[in-house]
Design a protein around this ligand. Structure first.
Ligand SMILES: Nc1ncnc2c1ncn2[C@@H]1O[C@H](COP(=O)(O)OP(=O)(O)O)[C@@H](O)[C@H]1O
Ligand SMILES: [Mg+2]
Length: 380
């Protein structure tokens, strides 16, 4: 969590930066549905720093929206505490919380033009006209809609409507903005464009964004940190690189990107690594964090792009396994190989097309796969 404590203040004095923007402390949410108790969130704790772009990532139904609604105040936790800027707001209604929420459906007023949609909240709060003009103008500039003030929502693309919704939320200057799958309705190209736009806007306005998505590439692209959720729990909370390079659990490894899972019995264990028994000629060394005893089964993951493929058994202190190529797919910038191991596992290997002749392996060939031991991780 060091990256969120960047604003080190005057020695001995607590600066506002050090108070987390949002905290969930052992939060549980149960619903009663048809007489049965559904635990949507099963005990989630997280601390979100001021100015952070923080994502809740996980499959549909894992409790992302419920967690978000508890931050916004639309749901009350069954157990646990929600804090905003250090204050317990667990029982404070949404309109008394200094956060704003943007929904997937935009919820714009169809009969109002862009300018009036954005100005609506300020006018209702009786902000003086001059200030409304200045703030709405400034916000339309940030979301790149200058010149479109007179348009109605239906006269605009999905991406533009999304930016109006964003401007309408941001113009109130909330201390945090909550976005629940805000790009879900857009096609891929527009979504990718808006991901970059959102990140830019967040940097420009400098407020905390909490972003809900089930799209791993979206979360990896935009976030400072990500909480990967599964079945009402947080499985890993870390930066995108850490999540991708060092998935903490089998679920995270499987959910984020393509990963290979291998398992084997530990046959030599020394404090920080174990050698796994796979095929007789194979050698797999894996760094371990927790106590592993000889005879334990260890599961490990290694990313496809970390694996080298060769027709000869490689030299050096590498992990290596032998297998048979079952599929080769040409994908432009790289080839994807599927390699079946004797034990039944299938390993995916991505190899950059550096030369025409990077490898000559074809379907049916016997090959060696090798990787640096530090590029593989034992899973919990
Ligand atoms: N109002 C509700 N009543 C009953 N069950 C609910 C309600 N809201 C959500 N759930 C259930 O809680 C779980 C988590 O839902 P949700 O937070 O919407 O997940 P996500 O946003 O990750 O898709 C799901 O099993 C969902 O069916
Ligand atoms: Mg949801």
């Amino acid at each position: 969590m060091t990256e969120i404590q960047a604003g080190a203040g005057v020695a001995g004095e607590a600066t506002p930066d050090q108070v987390p923007a949002i905290e969930l402390d052992e939060v549980v949410k149960e619903y009663v549905s048809h007489g049965e108790v559904v635990q949507a969130v099963k005990g989630v704790s997280m601390t979100i720093g001021e100015g952070e772009f923080f994502s809740l990532l996980g499959p549909s139904g894992c409790g992302k929206t419920t967690s978000m609604r508890m931050i916004a105040g639309f749901e009350e936790p069954t157990k646990g505490v929600v804090r905003l800027h250090g204050q317990d707001v667990t029982n404070v209604p949404p309109n008394k919380r200094d956060v704003n929420m943007v929904f997937q459906s935009y919820a714009l007023f169809p009969h109002m033009n862009v300018w009036d949609n954005v100005a609506f909240g300020l006018k209702r709060k009786k902000v003086p006209d001059g200030e409304v003009r200045r703030r709405v103008g400034e916000m339309l500039e940030i979301v790149d809609l200058v010149g479109r003030e007179k348009r109605r929502p239906r006269e605009m693309s999905g991406g533009q409507q999304q930016r109006v919704a964003l401007a309408r939320a941001l113009v109130n200057r909330p201390r945090a903005l909550l976005l629940d799958e805000p790009l879900g309705a857009l096609d891929l190209k527009l979504r990718q464009h808006m991901q970059i736009e959102l990140k830019r806007i967040q940097r420009e306005v400098g407020i905390t964004f909490v972003y809900v998505t089930h799209d791993q590439s979206e979360a990896l692209t935009m976030s400072d940190r990500i909480a990967v959720m599964n079945d009402g729990l947080v499985e890993q909370l870390a930066g995108p690189r850490e999540i991708y390079e060092r998935p903490a659990t089998k679920f995270v490894a499987g959910f984020i990107g393509t990963s290979n899972l291998l398992s084997g019995v530990a046959r030599a264990v020394n404090g920080s690594s174990a050698v796994l028994a796979l095929g007789p000629e194979d050698r797999v060394i894996v760094p371990i964090k927790e106590a592993v005893a000889e005879g334990d089964t260890v599961e490990l993951t290694v990313r496809p792009e970390k694996i080298m493929i060769s027709t000869e058994r490689p030299e050096g202190d590498l992990s290596m396994v032998e297998g048979t190529v079952s599929e080769v797919v040409y994908l432009g910038t790289y080839n994807s190989y599927a390699v079946a191991l004797a034990g039944g596992a299938e390993i995916t290997v991505f190899q950059q097309n550096v030369h025409d002749s990077t490898t000559t392996a074809e379907r049916g060939d016997t090959v060696w796969l090798s990787w640096q031991p530090q590029h593989s991780y034992a899973l919990q």
